[in-house]
Design a protein around this ligand. Sequence first.
Ligand code: FES
Length: 115
Amino acid sequence: MKGRWIKITEAENIPLREGRPVKLGEVEIAIFNLNGRFLTIENACPHKGGPLCDGIVTGSAVVCPLHGRHFDLETGMPVRASEPACLTVFPTRVENGIVMVNIEAGHRAMDSAAA
Ligand code: FES
């Protein structure tokens, strides 16, 4: 996988079924803890920029706190097919209790589908 892995924080700093925002240069991401599995998406909702880190987690989706759109945390895709925009997702892993994210390897499902 291209890109380098960046150490973000200790896994225990992200509570179960919650998201936390992290700014890395120009990129703001939101890291979610799904029962010990960590998933990372861009933090700004593609609708009007709502902070997805503050959204409610339901199943493997997050609900935008501003207008309630649902996004799948694994794919970045909107849960309702009628909503066109999707989010960039970033590979995430835990190593020795530290959450690590690969920003350069972030991708959008829609871009892969179009390619
Ligand atoms: S800003 Fe997220 S649904 Fe509108």
